[in-house]
Design a protein around this ligand. Structure first.
Ligand SMILES: C[S@@+](CC[C@H](N)C(=O)[O-])C[C@H]1O[C@@H](n2cnc3c(N)ncnc32)[C@H](O)[C@@H]1O
Length: 179
């Protein structure tokens, strides 16, 4: 996979937390989906590290996506990051379920997005990269109750704060049994 994108600069807003999230996106990722993408910083970081062929950034805020569009243009990444407005996984189709990140929202929102997205994830290989803000108990319960194996459970320090990152995966055969 080649990238013609300029290197990451601090100005882009790629913090240690964003870098850590990007590091859990497997380099073989076909479609990287960032739910709650806000300014699309994470998809840009993922592309620059050559971890995905293409990205989809989803946000329920139109103004956030307008800002994201400007940032993508500045970073020459408009052709590889598609922005969609909507709630959680709702703007996705089944063939776009691959590696999905939900970061920077509260644990209840993470759980609600994943619960609503369960039908779309059914019978799909899916990797989740999760970074709930303000506690991870609900996210852990969701993962355990729905048959996701925890691949990583780690903390990252960023500007004086500690953030939890959970990486989970579920395979197609297991999905069939669970849903
Ligand atoms: C604090 S920002 C986090 C941005 C980025 N993910 C990060 O970790 O830095 C939260 C973003 O999630 C979006 N958001 C919250 N709930 C959402 C939902 N159910 N579906 C899509 N976007 C959502 C908000 O509009 C906002 O842009």
């Amino acid at each position: 996979m080649t990238s013609s994108l300029p290197p990451i600069t601090r100005k882009l807003g790629v913090t240690p937390r964003i870098r850590a999230l990007a590091s859990f996106v497997p380099p073989t990722t076909r479609v990287f989906v960032d739910i709650g993408t806000n300014h699309a910083i994470l998809p840009i970081a993922v592309l620059r590290e050559q971890r995905a062929m293409r990205c989809i950034g989803i946000d329920k805020s139109a103004s956030a996506l307008e800002d994201a569009q400007r940032r993508l243009r500045r970073c020459h990444a408009l052709d590889r990051v598609e922005l969609r407005i909507g709630d959680g996984l709702e703007p996705l189709t089944r063939d776009e379920v691959d590696t999905i990140c939900i970061a920077g929202v509260g644990p209840r929102t993470v759980a609600a997005i994943l619960t609503d997205g369960l039908p779309l994830m059914k019978e799909q290989e899916v990797r989740l990269v999760l970074n709930p803000f303000g506690g991870s108990a609900e996210t852990r319960t969701f993962l355990a109750e729905h048959g996701f194996a925890l691949l990583a459970d780690t903390e990252v320090m960023d500007r004086g704060r500690t953030y939890t990152i959970l990486v989970a995966q579920r395979g197609a055969s297991r999905l069939e049994r669970q849903l």
